[in-house]
Design a protein around this ligand. Structure first.
Ligand code: DOR
Length: 428
């Protein structure tokens, strides 16, 4: 029993607008919203003075590593990191061991999710074993509530398989999400192909490895009429392709990751594999294009691509280390600071935009109005903090922002009215 809780003194920012309001939560549901609500006797009061009160953030793209890779992350540690970052829902990627490619593994993840610090929605694989050849049993996974399917970590290379997958997904009312990477062009690459890969002598992946698969899939969307979501787009060419696809009426959505609008390939000059990620860090022109795409509605969401890896794996030389970086605890601060967009637009990209793509808008990312589930985060926009890897909740330490001072931090997070983060501290 959660009882009564008052979020007091904040400014509510949600899809309906921005206003000064307190929020009274009773048994996990928003019971009243208004100015100067007085706390009922016995109610817990959370101070939101000077803060923004927003629907909880929704991450379309996190690697929580369970089952099978628990040394890197678990649903418990990953969801704690998510809650500290302001998230109340996270879509967990299926490139686990075993992969989430059938009902029994979906059930395992849902069982672990029951005690997580935020809602965890497993994405299912498009193909069996994420091997790209035979379709996974999407219907049995959809019957358990899976709404997003992807072979993330790899793109589906075979156009015929992808066409059939899109037709099948349309019939089921689920969405396919593509990791756009042409395996032939990307083979052997560890960095973006450009000036930095030449100078550093690290084999590069051309922007076209992403853009070719994106262009193919846009053509397949046109052929099948299916909707599709594009994961972690990173190049100026990709942003332009999505912009014209949307102008042409295709039902597509797309996301970008914070590292693709805050870092460039130049970071790899240290040969530190903490900067190795897939798709790779690109050039400044790409960073500017991703920012522009987030600002003009071409890109619908910011997704973390939170990809924890054990320290010993990331300490390997650049060409041997696995790609990926942490993201859940830094995404909000980076977006607030780097995008230079009104806070309402930043929150749309982090909360209600992704909630709609994941089909979670009834529970997450919706307006903070009476009768809605109290999934919310309280953000102190002026809090200044330094990223200290050893203080992150993730089991892994591979943040590329170590030592960086960020502004804006989550003060409290409510999951169905339960304060899972209070004053920046996880409560479970
Ligand atoms: O950098 C990445 N890491 N990109 C991916 O697509 C997969 C991810 C991982 O699972 O580590």
């Amino acid at each position: 029993m959660i009882g009564e809780l008052l979020v007091q003194g904040g400014t509510v920012v949600d899809p309906t607008g921005t206003r000064r309001a307190d929020i009274l939560v009773v048994d996990g549901v928003v019971a009243a919203v208004g100015e100067a609500i007085s706390a009922p006797a016995g109610a817990r009061v959370l101070d939101a003075g000077g803060c923004l009160v927003a629907p909880g953030l929704v991450d379309l793209h996190a690697h929580l590593r369970q089952p099978g890779m628990e040394e890197a992350e678990t649903l418990e540690s990953g969801s704690r990191a998510a809650a500290l970052g302001g998230y109340t829902a996270v879509v967990a990627m299926p490139n686990t061991d075993p992969p989430v490619d059938c009902a029994s593994v979906v059930r395992d993840v849902l069982e672990l999710a029951a005690t997580a610090c935020c809602d965890v929605h497993p994405a299912g694989a498009i193909t069996q074993g994420r091997a790209g050849t035979r379709l996974a049993p999407m219907a049995e996974m959809a019957a358990l509530g899976v709404r997003l399917f992807t072979d993330d970590g790899a793109g589906v290379q075979d156009s015929g398989v992808m066409r059939r997958a899109l037709e099948y997904a349309s019939g089921l009312g689920v969405t396919l999400a593509q990791h756009c990477e042409d395996a032939g062009l990307a083979a052997g690459a560890h960095l973006h192909e450009g000036a930095w890969s030449s100078w550093l002598g690290i084999p590069g992946m051309p922007a076209e490895a992403e853009e070719l698969m994106l262009a193919r899939d846009l053509a397949l969307c046109r052929l099948t009429g299916a909707a599709m979501h594009f994961l972690h787009l990173s190049t100026a060419g990709s942003v332009a392709l999505v912009r014209s696809a949307k102008a042409g009426g295709l039902r597509v959505t797309a996301e970008a990751a914070p590292h693709h609008f805050t870092l460039t390939a130049a970071c790899a000059a240290s040969y530190d594999s903490v900067f190795k990620v897939n798709p790779p860090l690109r050039d400044d022109a790409d960073v500017q294009a991703v920012k522009a795409g987030l600002g003009d509605g071409t890109l619908d969401a910011i997704a973390t691509d939170h990809a924890p890896h054990p320290q010993e794996a990331k300490e390997a030389p650049f060409d041997q280390a696995p790609p990926g970086m942490l993201g859940l605890e830094t995404a909000l601060s980076l977006a607030l600071a780097e995008l230079q967009l009104p806070v309402e637009e930043v929150l749309a990209l982090l909360s209600w935009g992704p909630a709609a793509i994941a089909g979670l808008e009834h529970e997450h990312g919706g307006p903070l109005t009476e009768g809605r589930p109290a999934n919310a985060c309280v953000i102190d926009p002026s809090a200044s903090w330094v990223v200290e890897p050893e203080r992150l909740a993730s089991r892994s330490r591979n943040t590329p922002y170590a030592g960086r001072r960020l502004t804006g931090r989550v003060r409290h997070t409510l999951l169905r009215g339960e304060p899972v983060v209070v004053d920046g501290e996880a409560q479970r």
